[in-house]
Design a protein around this ligand. Sequence first.
Ligand SMILES: Nc1ncnc2c1ncn2[C@@H]1O[C@H](COP(=O)(O)OP(=O)(O)OP(=O)(O)O)[C@@H](O)[C@H]1O
Length: 611
Amino acid sequence: MAKRRDSFGAGVSEEDKKKVNKEGLKNALRIFRFVAPYKGTFIIGMFFLIFSNLTTMTFPLLIGEMTKVIEGKSKYQINEVTIFFFGVLIVQAVLSFFRIYTFSQVSEKAMRDVRKSLYSKIITLPVFFFEKRRVGELMSRITSDVTQLQDVLSVTLAEFFRQVFTLVGGIAFISYISWKLTLFMLGTFPFLVIAAMVFGKFIRKVSKKAQDELANTNVVVEETLQSINVVKAFTNEHLEINRYSLSLQKVVNNALKAATFRGGFVSFIIFALFGGIVGVVWFGAQLVASGDLILAELLTFIFYTAFIGGSVGGLGDIYAQLQKTIGASERITEILDEVSEINPDKSSEIFTPVKGNIIYENVAFTYPSRPDMQILKNVSLEVKSGEKIALVGYSGAGKSTIVQLLMRYYELNAGTIKIDGKNINAYDLTDLRKNIAVVPQEVMLFGGTIYENISYGKPDATEAEVFEAARKANALQFIDSFPEKFQTLVGERGVKLSGGQRQRIAIARAILKNPAILILDEATSALDSESEKLVQEALDGLMQNRTTIIIAHRLATIRNVDTIYVLRDGEVIETGSHDELLLLDDGIYSNLVKLQYETTSTEQVSVNSED
Ligand SMILES: Nc1ncnc2c1ncn2[C@@H]1O[C@H](COP(=O)(O)OP(=O)(O)OP(=O)(O)O)[C@@H](O)[C@H]1O
């Protein structure tokens, strides 16, 4: 797995190629199971393909027949042959149309299924998977890798059969016309094939490098566009333009190098191919002179030879396509083989609400991506149903990790977490997560309307429920101030909401979800006091009668919680209510409180800034 990630964007290593050869075909064939439901259409397409190839193969024969007519050696009239020729053309045109249409039907539908399976798989994989992969990489699996497969189904496969058909059929025909000339013609072949293979391999290597360079330029664009505000704040536009130009220049250099070889190769092939044909004509002319062959046969022979030459060239391309396809299908099946944390095909409708008694017993945890660093050590804590606790501590102490474990984003190394006395691992994962709502630090809004964003908390909510949730979250006021109200578009292409407004949307989502357990990750950045008041009021409403875990950054907001757990380096070092903890001499909590109030008496400062 890690190996694949290392090789991403860094070109196909020799080791990868070996793998492609050994298991690749098997993998590529596995992808064909997506074609299985459409095999009827596929077989019909194959018929169209075979018959349209057959009609193409008659062209040289018909040209030969026309020449015979001209030479006076045919039993047909020129008009008869011409009409027949047109007939064949019409049949060919109709067959080609249906071939393309049926193959497209199969490939479009099969690729829709591949994409759907991939997306369903990706979205149901555990959080850990996403730490190993970059979003861009997953995007390219679902877009370009699938497109590569689609090309194979819609074009390459048809081409492959056409070329093989032309090659085999063509050689059979010309051997029938004149075996002597055929042997002469085939004599030039090995030379051409070896040259094409050697050149081809080299060209692929150089082109691959050009492609990798292009991928690097995309990284520059992606990075700068994502952090456009930083670029502008540092007025580094010119620096970035230069960086991009440099990167582009490398692409050009590599592409031109590849083009030199490609150009050389094409000139060589043209020379060799036409040289071969001239040779065939020369030898054929002697056969005609000696009476072994008639002119019409020579013409047919030459046409077939050109067909055969074209198909040999085409097969080289197809081989390169096949290699790419094997790579793409390997990367796709690799993801499809991962184990989902929930069944993507089953949307669980059964929901068992919990009461919300939470107990952590001696929990120890290390992130799988950083096995050498223990994040939580022996953490024990308890929240009774309906109670509120706060986790306090410097940045990096492990507060967020504690709640992520409750959601079962990761497996514990030791200890247990129980809800209502039952180990969280014993719950159905969907059921467990349905019982928990999170109001995150940074609220992420999806592109869409405010209404859609709120109803994300309960997709089947009625309009009245959504409005009521917005009202309880103190969000109605600002929503009503927009001309389009609930239908206002937000997210990347819509209205940009302020931090406080986004938080209220998140609160409304949680209100709609209405779970027994609430996780509140306080925003680190302080809101203005008006916004703060509205958000706090909404939160107070939301917290009522729910087991709440607050990841606290501003201590003023947690005075009234039942228990405060102070964490340092993944350990709970102080436990108690606000008043109890203040009494501790030289306690961390009391120091933090002092620090916050010393820093400013009016402003609230994030604990996190004190790392
Ligand atoms: N996905 C992850 N993979 C590896 N290490 C992680 C991951 N998430 C967090 N960590 C590390 O775990 C430690 C605890 O992080 P955590 O986010 O739980 O701290 P926190 O107390 O919530 O901090 P903050 O208040 O800044 O959010 C940190 O050292 C952090 O670097």
